[in-house]
Design a protein around this ligand. Sequence first.
Ligand SMILES: *[C@@H]1O[C@H](CO)[C@@H](O)[C@H](O)[C@H]1NC(C)=O
Ligand SMILES: *[C@@H]1O[C@H](CO)[C@@H](O)[C@H](O)[C@H]1NC(C)=O
Ligand SMILES: *[C@@H]1O[C@H](CO)[C@@H](O)[C@H](O)[C@H]1NC(C)=O
Ligand SMILES: *[C@@H]1O[C@H](CO)[C@@H](O)[C@H](O)[C@H]1NC(C)=O
Ligand SMILES: *[C@@H]1O[C@H](CO)[C@@H](O)[C@H](O)[C@H]1NC(C)=O
Ligand SMILES: *[C@@H]1O[C@H](CO)[C@@H](O)[C@H](O)[C@H]1NC(C)=O
Ligand SMILES: *[C@@H]1O[C@H](CO)[C@@H](O)[C@H](O)[C@H]1NC(C)=O
Ligand SMILES: *[C@@H]1O[C@H](CO)[C@@H](O)[C@H](O)[C@H]1NC(C)=O
Ligand SMILES: *[C@@H]1O[C@H](CO)[C@@H](O)[C@H](O)[C@H]1NC(C)=O
Ligand SMILES: *[C@@H]1O[C@H](CO)[C@@H](O)[C@H](O)[C@H]1NC(C)=O
Ligand SMILES: *[C@@H]1O[C@H](CO)[C@@H](O)[C@H](O)[C@H]1NC(C)=O
Ligand SMILES: *[C@@H]1O[C@H](CO)[C@@H](O)[C@H](O)[C@H]1NC(C)=O
Length: 761
Amino acid sequence: MGSLRGISVAIFAVQALLASVALVSAQGSTNGSRWQTLSGNAPFVIAHGGFSGIFAGSSFGAYSLALLTSVPNVIFWCDVQLTKDAAGICFPDVKLDNNSDIATIYQGQEKAYLVNGVSTKGWFSIDYTLKDLGNVILNQGVYSRPSRLDGNNYPIMTVQDTYTQFKPPGFWLNIQHDAFYAQHNLSMRNFVLSVTRNVNVTVDYISSPEVAFLQSIAPRFQNSTTKLVFRFLGQNDVELSTNQTYDSLLKNLTFIKTFASGIIVPKSYIWPVDANLYLLPSTSVVLDAHKEGLEVFASEFYNDVPFSFNYSYDPVAEYLKFVDNGNFAVDGVISDFPITPSAAIDCFAHLSKNASKQAVDLLVISMNGASGDFPGCTDLAYSKAIEDGVDILDCPVQMTKDGTAICLSSINLIDSTTVAQSSFSNLTTTIPEIMQGSGIFTFNLSWSDIRNLTSVISSPQSAYRLFRNPRFRNAGNFLTLSEFLATAKNASSLQGVLISIENAPFLLEQGFDVTDAVLNALSEAGYDKQTAQTVMIQSSNSSVLVKLKSKTNYKLVFKVDEDIGGAQNATIDDIKRFASAVVISKDSVFPENTAYVTGVTTVVPRLQAANLSVYVQTFSNEFTSQAWDFFSDATVEINSYHVGGSINGVITDFPKTSDRYRRNRCLNKGNSTPGYMSPVQPGSLYQLITPAYLPPAEAPNPYLTEADVVEPPLPPVAAKSPTSSPPGTPAAPTSPNGQPKFATSIIVPLMAVLLAIFSLF
Ligand SMILES: *[C@@H]1O[C@H](CO)[C@@H](O)[C@H](O)[C@H]1NC(C)=O
Ligand SMILES: *[C@@H]1O[C@H](CO)[C@@H](O)[C@H](O)[C@H]1NC(C)=O
Ligand SMILES: *[C@@H]1O[C@H](CO)[C@@H](O)[C@H](O)[C@H]1NC(C)=O
Ligand SMILES: *[C@@H]1O[C@H](CO)[C@@H](O)[C@H](O)[C@H]1NC(C)=O
Ligand SMILES: *[C@@H]1O[C@H](CO)[C@@H](O)[C@H](O)[C@H]1NC(C)=O
Ligand SMILES: *[C@@H]1O[C@H](CO)[C@@H](O)[C@H](O)[C@H]1NC(C)=O
Ligand SMILES: *[C@@H]1O[C@H](CO)[C@@H](O)[C@H](O)[C@H]1NC(C)=O
Ligand SMILES: *[C@@H]1O[C@H](CO)[C@@H](O)[C@H](O)[C@H]1NC(C)=O
Ligand SMILES: *[C@@H]1O[C@H](CO)[C@@H](O)[C@H](O)[C@H]1NC(C)=O
Ligand SMILES: *[C@@H]1O[C@H](CO)[C@@H](O)[C@H](O)[C@H]1NC(C)=O
Ligand SMILES: *[C@@H]1O[C@H](CO)[C@@H](O)[C@H](O)[C@H]1NC(C)=O
Ligand SMILES: *[C@@H]1O[C@H](CO)[C@@H](O)[C@H](O)[C@H]1NC(C)=O
C-alpha cells in the first residue's frame, strides 16, 4: 500500500498498546463437551472489521486491538470491495465515504450508481485504482464512537496485506456485493479464487447474501477447508438472484445447504424483540439449521447500540443468551467489540449461579438496591439486589414530616416519585442549603402520603436517550428504614447493610434527629445485638460520623462527594479518626478527559495505606457512563478498577454484573491472564491520540484538604415547628466547603448524539 507513513505510525501505535495490555496466552479454559454448537466446540468470536467499536473499521488499529483482546482463535472479518484495477481491499461498506476521508481527498467526485437496484450516491472503490487510494485514510465511521484516534492515519489495506501483516488465527471474507461489481465488469469470483490460491493466505470462511455468487464458487470449494456461508439480510429484503425474501429462504434450509455450510443471521432472527425492545421467546432457527448440518453465526452485536432491556445494558448477558441458554448455542458471534464475546465465552459461559467467588476481596454494595432494573429503594429493587448477589444492601435515609425514617434515593421526592404530578405539587419549595432549584422534600410529607406516591425509575443516562426498564418504570413500593432492616436481616446471603445519612445538620434545625432515628431503628431490628451482618453508616458529613463514633461500634464510612486528585496526609489522618472506609468517585481513581482515562491517582493506595477501605461509585451498565477505555463493557470497567485500581468495593445500581464478574473463571491467573480479563492500563488509549486530536488539557482534580473534611459539631435538635418548614429559612453553616450535598457524580462522556443507530449493511 502507498502510505508508508501511515503504516509506521500505525505500528508505533500498536506497540504502545502491546506494551500496555497483557498478551493473550492462555488457551480457553472452558469445558468443550458442554457446548450446544454444531461441532460441540466453543463458539467462534468474529471481529467485525477488527475492534471496529473503537478504531476505524478494517484499520490496522482495529485489527491489532482485536488480536490483543480476543480469544486466541479469533477470526478477522474483512468486507471485500474491489478497486478499478480489481484489487481487493478490506472496507466495511460499498461506499468509501463513511469510514474514510475520501470525500476530502477526492472532493466533488461523488458518483451515483445503482446498488441492488437502488440509486446510491457516494464514493465507490470501482472509480479508483489501488494506487489512487494510497493516500486515503481510514476514520471512525460511526459518529458516536471515539473519533480522537483518527489521527493515527491508518491506510486502507488490501485483503492480502491484512492477512500477511497479522497472520490472524482465522480469516473471513464477506462478499456483500457480487452483483454490483459484476455490473462494472469486476469479478469477485476471480478475486476470491486468486486469494485462496495464494499459499500465503488462509481463508476460513467466505460469506455472501447473494445466492448466485455462492453457487458459482461452491464447486471450487468442495474439497477445500474454506467454508461458504450464506448471509441473511432483513427478513423482508429480497435476495437478488432467487427473487425470494430472506424470510422465505429461511424456510428452505435444505436448499441453502446445497451451496453453503453455514448461515449468518441478524441476532433478532434468533431472539426477536417486541416493539418495546423486550425479548420474545427464541425462534427455532439455530436448532433447525443445526438439524440441517448448517453452522449458525449471529451478527449485529454492538456494545454501544441499545439492545433488549432484558439484558439490563450488560453486553455479556446478551452474548450468554446466544451461547449458553440451555437449548442451543450459535457457532459464532460477529461483533464490533470482540473483547466482550471473548470473555463471555471463555470466562462466563456455563458458570453456575453459585460458582465460587474468585474476587473474594471485592465488595458489591448496591446503589438504591438494584436501581438499574427497578425504581430505586423499592421492595422490587431490594429483592432484585439480594437475588443478584449483592453483599451490602443500601438505604439512603430520609425523614418524613411525621418523623419516620424511610429509604429513598433523594431527599427531593421529584427525583424518585411522580409527586410533581400529584396534589402535593403545591409543596414545591426552594431550599438552597439542600440543593439548587426547587423540590418537594420528604420532610414536608407524611409517611402515609409518601408511601402512596408512585415510584419512578431513575435514568441517569437519559441525556443519551438511554432509559431503564420502561415496563417497570413505576413499579414497587417504598419502605421505612425498619421495613428495610427486616428485609435485610432475613436475607442470609447478605453480608450487611449500608445506611447513608445526608443533610443531617439541616434536618436537626428542622427538628429531625436523623442519626438517632437510624440508631433506634437498628436497635429495634436487633442489629446492635448481632454479628451476622455488618452495619455500615455512611455520610459525607464528618460531624455525623464523629457523633456516631462516640455512640456505636458500627462501621463508619466517609463519603467524599467531589472528584479528588489526591489527599493530604493530615486529611487522611482526620478521616481515620471517625471512619474506617471511604467512598470516592470513579474519577478520583482514574481521572478522565472527554471520557478518555488520562492516568491513575494515588488516592486509593494512600487511603489503603492508612487502613481505610476504599469503595468507588457509581458503576452502571449503560455504556455512556463509562470511559472509552472500557470498551462500552461494564465488566471491563469493573475488572480494571478491581485488578488495576485495587479498590475494595464497587457501589453499583446493577449488582448482578458485579457479582457475576467476581465468579468468572479467568481471574487470578497471574501471567496467563487472557487479554480480555486484563485490566486496561490507565491512559493507554489517551496516548494513542495524536497531538492535533488531543482535547484541551484539564486541570487535575483538587486535593482533599482538611477544610473539606473537618466540620463543626452537629447542632442540637431544634423544636419541631408545627407547620411544615418555611422554605428558604437561612440555616446554620452546612459543610465548610459550602457545596450543596447533592452533587451528581455522573460522568458524562463527550459523545455526540448517541442514537445514531445505523446499519453497516
Ligand atoms: C468436561 O466435563 C466432563 C463432564 O462434565 C468431564 O468428565 C471432563 O473431564 C471435563 N473436561 C475438562 C477438560 O475439564
Ligand atoms: C453513511 O452514509 C450515509 C449516506 O451517505 C448516511 O445516511 C449514513 O448515516 C452514514 N452513516 C454514518 C454512520 O454516518
Ligand atoms: C463490461 O464489459 C462489456 C463487454 O466487454 C462491455 O460491453 C461493457 O460496456 C462493460 N461495462 C462496463 C461498466 O465497463
Ligand atoms: C508468499 O510469501 C513468500 C515469502 O514472503 C513470497 O516469496 C511469495 O512470493 C509469496 N507468494 C505469493 C503467492 O504471494
Ligand atoms: C474432491 O475430492 C473428490 C475425492 O477426493 C474428487 O473425486 C473430486 O474430483 C474433488 N473435487 C474437486 C472440485 O476438486
Ligand atoms: C420477483 O417476485 C415478485 C413477486 O414475488 C414479482 O412481482 C417480480 O416480477 C419478480 N421479479 C423478477 C425479476 O422475477
Ligand atoms: C427451495 O428453493 C429452491 C430454489 O429457489 C426451490 O427450487 C425449491 O422449490 C424450494 N423448496 C421449497 C420447499 O420451497
Ligand atoms: C424479557 O423481559 C420481559 C419483562 O421482564 C419478560 O416478560 C420476558 O419474558 C423476558 N423475555 C425473555 C426471553 O426472557
Ligand atoms: C449450586 O446450587 C445448586 C442448586 O441451586 C446445588 O444443587 C449445587 O449443589 C450448588 N453447587 C455448589 C457448588 O454449591
Ligand atoms: C396543597 O393542596 C392541598 C389540596 O390539594 C391542600 O389541602 C393543602 O393545604 C395545600 N397546601 C399548601 C401548603 O398550600
Ligand atoms: C393511599 O392509597 C389507598 C389506595 O389508593 C387509599 O385507600 C388510601 O386512603 C391512601 N392513603 C392516603 C393517606 O392517602
Ligand atoms: C505522607 O504520607 C506518606 C505515606 O505515609 C509519606 O510517604 C509521605 O512522606 C507523607 N508526606 C508528608 C508531606 O508528610
